[in-house]
Design a protein around this ligand. Structure first.
Ligand code: BES
Ligand code: MN
Ligand code: ZN
Length: 504
């Protein structure tokens, strides 16, 4: 989809489709009012008849509206004027884009960015319009037969060009900046979705490493891929313990986006990259096991975030660390009862081989120390318990630092990609006691997402650290099965805010 920004009049411009908003009270947005005036009350009449109630995300497509030059006018319900805020804005944008696609119009001009949204800048509105439009039209066709994918692409039902109209020409540069940011973020989200959606026989640890190398080439990032021998030398016994049951070789991928000041301490992002989680010898039940291909979504969100910030050329130092392998049952696989020695020297009794995410993350978190980070954030589809606690709306946030937690929560609010702060009190730590090693890798059924975070906290004492459990937010099940791209919006916003602070 191509984008552009213009200042124009809704009733005068020539387009396949003009998108304007209408409130529930039958109050018209400025653009809708202009069309109504030019058409002798055409819209008011329709509203009076009750064809559109103006409820949020309801739409009505009109054709050949008198007094206008466009083929179609799409009315989008905005809900009550007093309730119209960030979320409602994005919902209306999403509904409008879906309706345009369904109509077959290949080009549209949206007047939604002109709507007053409490305290929101034109930059925010254009950025989110762009991001939501690209998100709503995302399709995964990477592994369809080439012919079919091409046919789908060239078929009429896709928007080729979307113009965002703004009222004030003085706002043009802010709008352009918002457009660039929205596009960059959408590119990152799309990469994260693609990697999650790919089948696990394609998206292997080796494939993820290749994608990182490709990203590095494209954007001028330093990429390093550590192979099994190097991991052995580093003493990553915990990570290698998970990997040893798989025929796919493990990789530790390190990405460096060093566009901040030379002496600026980097932010480190660590992403869980289990490309398939069978549970290992503690085998998972069969139902929905295919969804465990999404167990690399932490890794995918690190790669997606790197794509977004590289595309923005964000002036900040950011390091990405991705431990990636499969968790398979095999003659050589780790057994329940095995004790592994982590890179930190701490020993771990593996009571359940299905609690493997923490086993690969702990060594990556120890590895992070060498970068003397200003903060470390790990992202992982870590526990089913987090889904039970928070469902699919919020990611679980755990941290050893209140300020860092607040920063991430705020970023999630701003990006509409929320997290919820969970407790990590010392009271939970004894659940990890082991009779045979420094700790066990599971802490019983109670508070499963918290004891998983407590496990990681033992390896993150040397820096400010936060952990995002994205088990409930990274993908959708059921009819709409697919990666969501979360929490790329949260992470990108967090880094953008850090860059703003650092470059003040
Ligand atoms: N990848 C899973 C977590 C998961 C499960 C994410 C379901 C999304 C949906 C993780 O490796 C895992 O298996 N965790 C176990 C931990 C348990 C053995 C302590 C879990 O949550 O059941
Ligand atoms: Mn598991
Ligand atoms: Zn897992």
């Amino acid at each position: 989809m191509e984008f552009s920004i213009k200042t124009g009049n809704a009733e005068k411009l020539r387009s396949n489709c003009v998108i304007v908003g209408v409130y529930e009270s039958h109050e018209l947005s400025n653009a809708a009012q202009a069309i109504d005036d030019a058409s002798d009350g055409y819209i008011t009449n329709i509203l009076k008849r009750g064809d559109l109630d103006g409820k949020l995300d309801a739409t009505l497509m009109l054709h050949n509206v008198p007094g206008t030059q466009s083929e179609r006018v799409l009315l989008v319900g905005l809900g009550k004027p007093g309730d119209f805020a960030e979320k409602q804005y994005c919902k209306a944008v999403r509904a409008s884009v879906k309706a345009v696609v369904a109509s077959g119009a290949s080009e549209a001009v949206s007047f939604l960015a002109e709507l007053p949204v409490k305290k929101l800048s034109i930059h925010w509105k254009v950025a989110h319009l762009t991001e939501v439009a690209l998100d709503a039209t995302y399709r995964f066709d990477a592994i369809k037969r080439k012919k079919e994918a091409a046919e789908e692409k060239s078929s009429k039902k896709c928007i080729k060009k979307l113009t965002i109209n703004i009222t004030d020409a003085k706002e043009l540069s802010a709008a352009e900046a918002g457009l660039a940011e929205g596009k960059a973020l959408a590119a990152g989200i799309s990469l994260t979705k693609d990697l999650g959606n790919l089948p696990p026989n394609v998206c292997t640890p080796t494939y993820l490493a290749e994608q990182a190398v490709a990203l590095g080439k494209r954007y001028g990032l330093q990429i390093e891929v550590l192979e099994r021998d190097a991991l052995k030398k580093l003493g990553m016994g915990s990570f290698l313990g998970v990997a040893q049951g798989s025929a796919e070789p493990p990789k530790l991928i390190v990405l460096q986006h060093l566009k901040g000041k030379k002496n600026q301490k980097p932010v480190v992002l660590v992403g869980k990259g289990i490309t398939f989680d069978t549970g290992g010898v503690s085998l998972k039940p069969g139902a929905e096991m295919d969804e465990m291909k999404y167990d690399m979504c932490g890794a995918a969100s690190v790669l997606g975030t790197f794509r977004a910030i590289a595309e923005m050329n964000l002036s900040l130092n950011v390091i990405g660390i991705i431990p990636t392998c499969e968790n398979m049952p095999d003659g050589r696989a780790t057994r329940p009862g095995d004790v592994l020695t982590s890179m930190s020297g701490l020993t771990i009794e593996v009571l359940n081989t299905d609690a493997e995410g923490r086993l690969i993350l702990c060594d990556a978190l120890t590895y992070a120390e060498r970068f003397e980070p200003s903060a470390v954030v790990d992202i992982a589809t870590l526990t089913g318990a987090c889904v039970i606690a928070l469902g699919h709306h919020a990611s679980g946030l755990f941290s050893n630092n209140e300020d860092l937690a607040k920063e991430l929560l705020q970023a999630g609010e701003t990006a509409l990609d929320r997290a919820w702060h969970m407790p990590m009190w010392d009271d939970y730590q004894p659940q990890l006691d082991s009779n045979f090693a420094d700790m066990a890798n599971i802490g019983g059924r109670a508070a499963g997402s918290i004891t998983a975070a407590c496990f990681l906290s033992r390896f993150t004492k040397k820096y400010e650290w936060a952990h995002l459990d994205i088990a409930g937010t990274a993908w959708k099940s059921g009819k709409e099965k697919g990666g969501t791209g979360r929490p790329v919006p949260l992470l990108t916003e967090f880094l953008v805010a850090r860059a703003k602070k650092a470059n003040k």
